[in-house]
Design a protein around this ligand. Structure first.
Ligand code: OAD
Length: 251
Protein backbone atom coordinates (compact mmCIF):
# COMPACT_ATOMS: atom_id res chain seq x y z
CA UNK A 1 0.00 0.00 0.00
CA UNK A 2 1.35 3.46 -0.85
CA UNK A 3 2.48 5.90 1.84
CA UNK A 4 -0.23 8.43 0.86
CA UNK A 5 -2.99 5.78 1.16
CA UNK A 6 -1.60 4.74 4.55
CA UNK A 7 -1.57 8.28 5.91
CA UNK A 8 -5.14 8.87 4.71
CA UNK A 9 -6.30 5.64 6.39
CA UNK A 10 -4.49 6.62 9.56
CA UNK A 11 -5.96 10.14 9.53
CA UNK A 12 -9.43 8.61 9.22
CA UNK A 13 -8.77 6.36 12.23
CA UNK A 14 -7.64 9.38 14.26
CA UNK A 15 -10.71 11.35 13.15
CA UNK A 16 -13.08 8.55 14.17
CA UNK A 17 -11.41 7.78 17.53
CA UNK A 18 -13.17 8.87 20.69
CA UNK A 19 -10.19 8.42 23.02
CA UNK A 20 -6.55 8.34 21.94
CA UNK A 21 -3.40 7.34 23.81
CA UNK A 22 0.17 7.65 22.51
CA UNK A 23 3.12 5.55 23.66
CA UNK A 24 6.39 7.16 22.70
CA UNK A 25 10.02 6.03 22.83
CA UNK A 26 13.47 7.33 22.07
CA UNK A 27 12.73 7.61 18.32
CA UNK A 28 10.46 10.62 18.83
CA UNK A 29 13.39 12.54 20.31
CA UNK A 30 15.97 11.39 17.74
CA UNK A 31 15.30 14.44 15.54
CA UNK A 32 15.94 16.64 18.59
CA UNK A 33 19.46 15.20 18.78
CA UNK A 34 18.82 12.89 21.76
CA UNK A 35 20.57 9.53 21.23
CA UNK A 36 18.31 6.44 21.04
CA UNK A 37 19.27 3.17 22.79
CA UNK A 38 19.31 0.27 20.31
CA UNK A 39 19.74 1.75 16.79
CA UNK A 40 23.14 2.21 15.15
CA UNK A 41 24.74 4.94 17.28
CA UNK A 42 22.30 4.19 20.13
CA UNK A 43 23.54 4.55 23.71
CA UNK A 44 23.49 0.84 24.51
CA UNK A 45 25.70 0.11 21.47
CA UNK A 46 28.53 2.13 23.04
CA UNK A 47 27.94 1.76 26.78
CA UNK A 48 27.21 -1.17 29.04
CA UNK A 49 24.02 -0.28 30.93
CA UNK A 50 24.82 -2.74 33.71
CA UNK A 51 27.96 -0.71 34.49
CA UNK A 52 26.26 2.70 34.55
CA UNK A 53 22.51 2.62 34.92
CA UNK A 54 21.94 0.24 37.82
CA UNK A 55 21.38 0.70 41.57
CA UNK A 56 24.56 -1.40 42.08
CA UNK A 57 26.59 1.09 40.00
CA UNK A 58 25.33 3.97 42.15
CA UNK A 59 26.17 2.01 45.33
CA UNK A 60 29.62 0.84 44.12
CA UNK A 61 30.92 3.90 42.30
CA UNK A 62 28.43 6.78 42.55
CA UNK A 63 30.79 9.31 40.95
CA UNK A 64 31.16 7.33 37.70
CA UNK A 65 27.41 6.65 37.56
CA UNK A 66 26.66 10.33 38.26
CA UNK A 67 29.17 11.49 35.64
CA UNK A 68 27.33 9.48 32.98
CA UNK A 69 23.98 11.06 33.91
CA UNK A 70 25.63 14.50 34.12
CA UNK A 71 26.87 13.94 30.54
CA UNK A 72 23.35 12.93 29.41
CA UNK A 73 21.96 16.09 31.04
CA UNK A 74 24.54 18.21 29.25
CA UNK A 75 23.50 16.63 25.91
CA UNK A 76 19.84 17.35 26.72
CA UNK A 77 20.57 20.96 27.64
CA UNK A 78 21.29 21.56 23.94
CA UNK A 79 18.09 19.81 22.73
CA UNK A 80 14.60 21.20 22.10
CA UNK A 81 11.21 19.64 21.31
CA UNK A 82 10.80 18.87 17.59
CA UNK A 83 7.67 19.03 15.36
CA UNK A 84 6.71 15.48 16.51
CA UNK A 85 6.54 16.46 20.20
CA UNK A 86 4.73 19.67 19.25
CA UNK A 87 2.13 17.96 17.05
CA UNK A 88 1.28 15.52 19.85
CA UNK A 89 1.08 18.33 22.40
CA UNK A 90 -1.26 20.41 20.20
CA UNK A 91 -3.42 17.35 19.50
CA UNK A 92 -3.99 16.51 23.17
CA UNK A 93 -4.37 20.17 24.21
CA UNK A 94 -7.12 20.55 21.58
CA UNK A 95 -8.86 17.40 22.84
CA UNK A 96 -8.54 18.51 26.45
CA UNK A 97 -7.93 14.89 27.49
CA UNK A 98 -4.56 13.52 28.61
CA UNK A 99 -3.05 10.76 26.51
CA UNK A 100 0.76 10.87 26.23
CA UNK A 101 2.63 7.98 27.85
CA UNK A 102 6.39 8.04 27.33
CA UNK A 103 9.39 5.86 28.06
CA UNK A 104 11.64 8.88 27.55
CA UNK A 105 13.32 10.60 30.48
CA UNK A 106 14.32 13.67 28.44
CA UNK A 107 11.47 15.99 29.48
CA UNK A 108 10.80 17.07 25.88
CA UNK A 109 7.07 16.21 25.94
CA UNK A 110 6.70 18.38 29.04
CA UNK A 111 8.55 21.25 27.39
CA UNK A 112 6.41 20.93 24.24
CA UNK A 113 3.23 20.88 26.37
CA UNK A 114 4.18 24.04 28.24
CA UNK A 115 5.34 25.86 25.12
CA UNK A 116 2.34 24.88 22.98
CA UNK A 117 -0.13 25.71 25.79
CA UNK A 118 1.20 29.29 25.92
CA UNK A 119 -0.75 31.02 28.65
CA UNK A 120 -3.25 28.15 28.91
CA UNK A 121 -3.04 25.06 31.14
CA UNK A 122 -0.61 22.41 29.76
CA UNK A 123 -2.07 19.46 31.72
CA UNK A 124 -3.79 17.67 28.82
CA UNK A 125 -0.45 17.34 27.02
CA UNK A 126 1.74 16.49 30.03
CA UNK A 127 3.11 12.94 29.72
CA UNK A 128 2.92 9.97 32.04
CA UNK A 129 6.67 9.34 32.38
CA UNK A 130 7.05 5.57 32.81
CA UNK A 131 10.83 5.69 33.32
CA UNK A 132 11.05 8.95 35.28
CA UNK A 133 12.75 12.21 34.32
CA UNK A 134 16.47 12.83 34.08
CA UNK A 135 15.91 16.52 34.86
CA UNK A 136 15.00 15.66 38.47
CA UNK A 137 17.00 14.25 41.38
CA UNK A 138 15.53 11.99 44.04
CA UNK A 139 16.89 11.28 47.52
CA UNK A 140 17.98 7.66 47.93
CA UNK A 141 16.90 7.74 51.56
CA UNK A 142 13.75 9.88 51.96
CA UNK A 143 12.55 10.01 48.29
CA UNK A 144 12.34 13.84 48.25
CA UNK A 145 12.54 15.24 44.71
CA UNK A 146 14.68 18.19 43.52
CA UNK A 147 15.39 19.92 40.23
CA UNK A 148 18.67 18.66 38.75
CA UNK A 149 21.86 20.62 39.39
CA UNK A 150 25.18 20.32 37.57
CA UNK A 151 27.55 17.82 39.21
CA UNK A 152 30.17 19.52 41.39
CA UNK A 153 33.17 18.21 43.32
CA UNK A 154 30.95 16.73 46.03
CA UNK A 155 28.21 14.23 45.22
CA UNK A 156 24.73 15.82 45.41
CA UNK A 157 22.96 15.37 48.75
CA UNK A 158 19.35 15.74 49.90
CA UNK A 159 18.42 19.21 51.24
CA UNK A 160 16.05 17.60 53.77
CA UNK A 161 17.85 14.55 55.21
CA UNK A 162 21.41 14.67 53.81
CA UNK A 163 21.06 11.33 51.98
CA UNK A 164 22.73 10.78 48.62
CA UNK A 165 20.72 11.92 45.63
CA UNK A 166 20.29 10.01 42.37
CA UNK A 167 18.59 10.92 39.11
CA UNK A 168 14.81 10.32 39.33
CA UNK A 169 14.83 7.63 36.65
CA UNK A 170 14.14 3.90 36.61
CA UNK A 171 17.50 2.09 36.60
CA UNK A 172 18.09 -1.40 35.18
CA UNK A 173 16.75 -4.05 37.52
CA UNK A 174 14.32 -1.64 39.22
CA UNK A 175 10.53 -1.82 39.04
CA UNK A 176 8.42 0.97 37.61
CA UNK A 177 6.39 3.09 40.00
CA UNK A 178 3.09 1.25 40.47
CA UNK A 179 0.90 4.39 40.42
CA UNK A 180 2.58 5.70 37.26
CA UNK A 181 2.11 2.35 35.52
CA UNK A 182 -1.55 2.19 36.63
CA UNK A 183 -2.18 5.65 35.12
CA UNK A 184 -0.64 4.53 31.82
CA UNK A 185 -2.71 1.33 31.67
CA UNK A 186 -5.87 3.19 32.58
CA UNK A 187 -5.34 5.60 29.65
CA UNK A 188 -4.57 2.68 27.31
CA UNK A 189 -7.52 0.53 28.37
CA UNK A 190 -10.00 3.36 27.86
CA UNK A 191 -8.58 4.39 24.46
CA UNK A 192 -9.97 3.12 21.18
CA UNK A 193 -6.77 4.13 19.36
CA UNK A 194 -3.12 3.89 20.43
CA UNK A 195 -0.36 5.69 18.52
CA UNK A 196 2.94 3.85 19.03
CA UNK A 197 5.74 6.24 18.13
CA UNK A 198 9.51 5.69 17.91
CA UNK A 199 9.87 2.69 20.18
CA UNK A 200 11.48 -0.68 19.50
CA UNK A 201 8.69 -2.11 21.71
CA UNK A 202 10.94 -4.63 23.40
CA UNK A 203 11.16 -3.21 26.94
CA UNK A 204 8.40 -4.34 29.30
CA UNK A 205 6.13 -3.37 30.93
CA UNK A 206 6.11 -0.25 28.68
CA UNK A 207 5.68 -2.35 25.52
CA UNK A 208 2.51 -3.86 27.01
CA UNK A 209 0.72 -0.48 27.14
CA UNK A 210 -0.50 -0.71 23.49
CA UNK A 211 -1.60 -4.31 24.17
CA UNK A 212 -4.06 -2.95 26.74
CA UNK A 213 -5.72 -0.88 23.99
CA UNK A 214 -5.79 -3.90 21.66
CA UNK A 215 -7.26 -6.17 24.33
CA UNK A 216 -10.01 -3.61 24.97
CA UNK A 217 -10.94 -3.76 21.26
CA UNK A 218 -9.05 -0.67 20.09
CA UNK A 219 -6.56 -0.34 17.23
CA UNK A 220 -2.92 0.71 16.77
CA UNK A 221 -1.14 3.10 14.44
CA UNK A 222 2.63 2.66 14.48
CA UNK A 223 5.03 5.46 13.51
CA UNK A 224 8.60 4.20 13.14
CA UNK A 225 11.47 4.03 10.67
CA UNK A 226 11.30 0.23 10.75
CA UNK A 227 9.24 -2.79 11.80
CA UNK A 228 8.93 -3.76 15.47
CA UNK A 229 7.28 -6.68 17.27
CA UNK A 230 4.08 -4.56 17.36
CA UNK A 231 3.95 -3.96 13.59
CA UNK A 232 1.80 -6.99 12.81
CA UNK A 233 -0.79 -5.85 15.38
CA UNK A 234 -1.01 -2.35 13.86
CA UNK A 235 -3.94 -1.40 11.65
CA UNK A 236 -1.63 1.06 9.88
CA UNK A 237 2.18 1.15 10.09
CA UNK A 238 3.52 4.52 8.95
CA UNK A 239 7.18 4.36 7.94
CA UNK A 240 9.02 7.65 8.38
CA UNK A 241 10.48 10.10 10.86
CA UNK A 242 8.13 11.05 13.71
CA UNK A 243 8.89 14.75 13.21
CA UNK A 244 7.45 14.55 9.70
CA UNK A 245 4.76 11.89 10.10
CA UNK A 246 3.06 13.20 13.27
CA UNK A 247 2.33 16.71 11.94
CA UNK A 248 0.88 15.09 8.78
CA UNK A 249 -1.17 12.61 10.83
CA UNK A 250 -2.47 14.94 13.53
CA UNK A 251 -2.39 18.36 11.87
P1 OAD B 1 15.07 2.18 21.27
O1 OAD B 1 16.40 2.82 21.04
O2 OAD B 1 15.07 0.75 21.70
O3 OAD B 1 14.20 2.25 19.94
C1 OAD B 1 14.08 3.45 19.21
C2 OAD B 1 13.09 3.20 18.08
O4 OAD B 1 12.84 4.44 17.44
C3 OAD B 1 13.56 2.21 17.01
O5 OAD B 1 12.50 1.31 16.74
C4 OAD B 1 13.86 3.11 15.80
O6 OAD B 1 13.56 2.46 14.57
C5 OAD B 1 12.88 4.26 16.03
N1 OAD B 1 13.30 5.56 15.48
C6 OAD B 1 14.55 6.11 15.44
N2 OAD B 1 14.50 7.35 14.94
C7 OAD B 1 13.19 7.61 14.65
C8 OAD B 1 12.50 8.74 14.09
N3 OAD B 1 13.12 9.87 13.75
N4 OAD B 1 11.14 8.64 13.95
C9 OAD B 1 10.48 7.50 14.29
N5 OAD B 1 11.10 6.43 14.81
C10 OAD B 1 12.43 6.46 14.98
O7 OAD B 1 14.27 3.12 22.31
P2 OAD B 1 13.02 2.77 23.23
O8 OAD B 1 12.08 1.83 22.55
O9 OAD B 1 12.48 4.06 23.71
O10 OAD B 1 14.77 2.41 29.39
O11 OAD B 1 13.72 2.03 24.43
C11 OAD B 1 12.95 1.64 25.54
C12 OAD B 1 13.75 1.73 26.82
O12 OAD B 1 14.98 1.03 26.68
C13 OAD B 1 14.17 3.13 27.21
O13 OAD B 1 13.15 3.87 27.83
C14 OAD B 1 15.31 2.86 28.14
C15 OAD B 1 16.02 1.76 27.40
O14 OAD B 1 16.69 0.83 28.18
C16 OAD B 1 15.31 2.84 30.56
O15 OAD B 1 16.29 3.55 30.59
C17 OAD B 1 14.61 2.34 31.79
Amino acid sequence: MSASVDIERARRLVGEARRVVALTGAGISAESGVPTFRDAGGLWRNYRPEELATPQAFARDPRTAWEWYDWRRSVLAGCAPNPGHRALARFFLARGAAGVVTQNVDGLHTRAAVEEAGNGPPEAALPVELHGAVGRDRCNRCEARFPAEPLGDALPRCDSCGGLRRPDVVLFGESLDGDVLARAYSLAERADLCLVVGTSAVVYPAAAVPLATLEAGGSLIEVNLEDTPLTRSATVALRGAAGEVLPALLG
